[in-house]
Design a binder for this molecule. Structure first.
Ligand SMILES: [Ca+2]
Ligand SMILES: [Ca+2]
Length: 338
């Protein structure tokens, strides 16, 4: 393993010892050994933080230009309806695969949080959900918080037949969080949340909700601080809480000021029964493909591009023919495949 090799190289050579002063040597050895251990721990920690991408060989996928005119301007056509209720660029998320919620959207615009990374400084105060019989329930945030988001996401995270509503909720003093809502005894309520990032004007964007670990549960993947060197996190909804199950550094799935949140795509690329995630690198000039394998979460393939990805990412084809289509800032459209 690269980790062991790298750590071994970093161990300092033993210092010269003077056999006439064993007590001193023992003390020194002990102290150096402690320092060695600390250094090894620091190296191992740094290694984990960098996502191990420099130490593991990645498959390099090929990128070839396509005819951009044959694609919709946003590469992946947006089929969702505009949300009622005055949130600019807000969309209605629908779910027709069964469950206790059929649609969800945001309403009640507010300008209390002047961050404005989604195209304007108008964010939402209220989450609404529609039930199968047509009733609409709402959840209003306190005045210190907004949904810094354009649409909620509906998914049965824990495979219990009841849908969860996955949102981006920001505190005006502490920045964004991923917050999950759902119905309990007919009431729409908050079920779980990550901690707020910790500072105002720090945002995150959800990258995918899927069976990334191959269990019956679906994990939430998101990029924290996508504009300033983002970290990709995977969280599992378990026991009415969110538990972190994976972390990789060096991603971005949003261009500041854009209303496009879909700079990512989900597919089982290597056929191991676990969904994988394609997300741009921190400078959005590389498409990185990450997923869970026997060794945990890794970034296992990538492809460099001549300009930054700034549009929705499409996934097309199946098996060995599976490919991603990305739109770039310079107007080009590229196909990325093995
Ligand atoms: Ca559920
Ligand atoms: Ca896979």
């Amino acid at each position: 393993m690269g980790q062991t090799k790298r750590a071994k190289r970093a161990i300092p050579k033993p210092i010269d010892s003077d056999p006439s002063n064993l007590d001193t040597i023992d003390l020194m050895t002990h102290s150096i050994s402690k320092r060695k251990t600390l250094r090894l721990v620091a190296l191992a920690f740094a290694f984990l933080l960098t996502g191990a991408t420099s130490a593991f060989a990645q498959d390099v996928w090929t990128a070839a230009p396509l005819d951009a005119a044959s694609r919709p301007a946003e590469v992946v056509a947006e089929t969702r309806q505009s949300a009622p209720g005055g949130i600019p660029h807000g969309l209605v998320e629908t779910h027709d695969g069964g469950g206790d919620i059929t649609a969800a959207w945001y309403e009640a615009p507010t300008d209390t949080y002047r961050h404005g990374i989604l195209g304007d400084a108008i964010e939402a105060s209220t989450l609404l959900v529609e039930l199968p019989a047509g009733a609409v329930l709402s959840f209003r945030l306190p005045v210190t918080e907004v949904f810094e988001d354009l649409y909620p996401r509906l998914a049965d995270l824990d495979a219990d037949g009841k849908l969860e509503v996955v949102t981006i909720r920001s505190s005006i003093s502490l920045g964004a969080s991923v917050t999950v809502y759902g119905l309990r005894d007919g009431i729409l309520m908050q079920l779980a949340s990550t901690a707020f990032i910790g500072r105002p004007n720090r945002w995150l964007n959800i990258a995918g909700i899927a069976r990334f670990r191959g269990t019956s549960r679906q994990e939430i993947a998101y990029v924290e601080t996508p504009h300033i060197g983002g970290t990709l996190y995977f969280y599992e909804f378990v026991n009415e809480g969110l538990e972190r199950v994976g972390t990789l550094r060096g991603f971005s799935n949003h261009e500041i000021g854009s209303t496009e949140l879909r700079l990512s795509a989900v597919a089982d690329i290597n056929g191991n029964g676990r969904m994988d995630l394609a997300v741009p690198s921190a400078n959005r000039r590389t498409l990185r493909i990450v997923g869970f394998g026997p060794g945990g979460l890794t970034s296992f393939a990538s492809s460099d591009l001549p300009s930054r990805i700034d549009k929705a990412i499409a996934v097309e084809g199946f098996g060995k023919n599976l490919r991603f289509v990305v739109g770039l800032e310079n107007g080009d459209v590229y196909e990325i495949r093995r």
